[in-house]
Design a protein. Structure first.
Length: 386
């Protein structure tokens, strides 16, 4: 993360219930799902819930869930893109409707989490247990200093949402859904179904990021911290399941970097850029991602060999970085040709385009062959006879 965003002078958050239990938050977290489920069973017993009510519930789940992932997380916490004024207001409004605190407080916790992940200063460290990271950390009284969110405090609209958070949250989270449901049904149905029940569902979706995403999945971009990649958790968290990548490349607006990775938050940000509502989308280069991936694959493969008491030949160990460099050079050449072609293709004749495409395809094949050579060499270690 950009070190200008997170100050080195951040005091550690209050932890381990030293300040006592936050009874307001605790009661809200436990009573909201109870009222939501009670409302669900009541209206089901009274002849069912109208289709429009379920559509409203789905809309509020999506709007408020992405208010956290697209807004609080990727826009406000990490500055991974810039948003137009209407988009910012939308995200602040529906972010408040989740009852997960103001953007300023939410981002303060999150930036501290990234800076001190898995340590005692991490406000929702998985090292303190699955359920602590999931939601128990919210049950304690905590102090907010705004030391590491001055960029957000300086924004008048984010500051306004913070100063008037409770009335905004009550209106956006309960009253607005109730008023909407009055068009075809009852106010209280909206409060309970698109309000309380929806809040409980979105809470669990967000909490999964702190617990499941640090427990289950793969770690292709580093095992130094507990964050993991998991496609099925991405489905539950609006695309936030590719958490190992995110912790390594925090400024990237994507979590799922492959086109088929389920990441609706990424798709929303990208779509809005096409119509001019978001801009300056920050994206880690393919070369940097590949370089990190190859280096770590080498590192952990060698460690596994050594754990098996294999004595690796010096020549083999020295060859690996050279082969890795060849892979990176081939990748850079391939991407450079692609970029050059995209810049000039509008002015190229049909035959010239075919020539360019052939060159690009040959370059791609060269990259794939160098990658295959590196991989085969890595999987076939040379050892010394002891």
């Amino acid at each position: 993360m950009n070190q200008q965003i997170v100050s080195n002078s951040i005091p550690s958050p209050e932890k381990d219930f030293q300040e006592g239990i936050d009874w307001v938050t605790s009661l809200f977290l436990f009573l909201t799902p109870m009222f939501g489920l009670a409302g669900l069973f009541y209206y089901l017993s009274q002849g069912g819930i109208p289709f429009l009510s379920w559509m409203s519930f789905a809309f509020f789940v999506f709007a408020t869930g992405t208010g956290i992932t697209v807004g609080y997380h990727r826009l406000f916490s990490h500055k991974s893109y810039e948003a137009s004024f209407p988009v910012k207001l939308w995200l602040l409004f529906f972010g408040a409707a989740t009852f997960q605190a103001s953007a300023i407080e939410w981002c303060e916790d999150h930036r501290v989490h990234h800076k001190f992940v898995d340590t005692d200063k991490d406000p929702y460290s998985i090292k303190k247990g699955f359920w602590y990271a999931h939601m128990a950390w919210l049950l304690q009284k905590r102090k907010y200093t705004q030391h590491n969110v001055q960029d957000l405090v300086a924004d008048p609209w984010i500051k306004f949402q913070h100063d008037y958070y409770l009335p905004i949250a009550i209106f956006a989270g309960f009253i607005f859904p109730g008023l909407l449901h009055m068009i075809w049904g009852s106010f209280w149905e909206g409060v309970l179904i698109s309000g309380a029940l929806r809040i409980a569902v979105v809470h669990q979706s967000t909490f999964f990021i702190n617990s499941l995403c640090h427990t289950f999945g793969e770690q292709p971009f580093g095992e130094e911290q507990t964050a993991r990649n998991s496609w099925w958790i991405a489905i539950l968290t609006f695309g936030e399941g590719y958490h190992n990548f995110h912790h390594e490349f925090q400024a990237d607006y994507r979590n799922g970097i492959r086109w088929y990775d389920y990441d609706p938050s990424k798709w929303i940000i990208r779509f809005l850029s096409f119509i001019g509502l978001t801009r300056n989308l920050r994206k880690v280069s393919e070369e940097k991602i590949l370089q990190k991936s190859l280096f770590l694959k080498e590192k952990y493969t060698i460690l596994n060999y050594q754990k098996s008491n294999m004595v690796l030949a010096k020549e083999w160990l020295e060859a690996l970085p050279k082969l890795r460099s060849q892979v990176m050079e081939a990748k850079a050449k391939f991407l450079s040709l692609q970029d050059e072609y995209n810049q000039h293709k509008s002015n190229l004749k049909k035959d010239d385009k075919l020539t360019w495409k052939k060159r690009i395809e040959q370059s791609k094949e060269g990259f794939q062959l160098s990658l295959q050579s590196w991989s085969e060499n890595l999987q076939s270690p040379r050892t010394l006879v002891v």
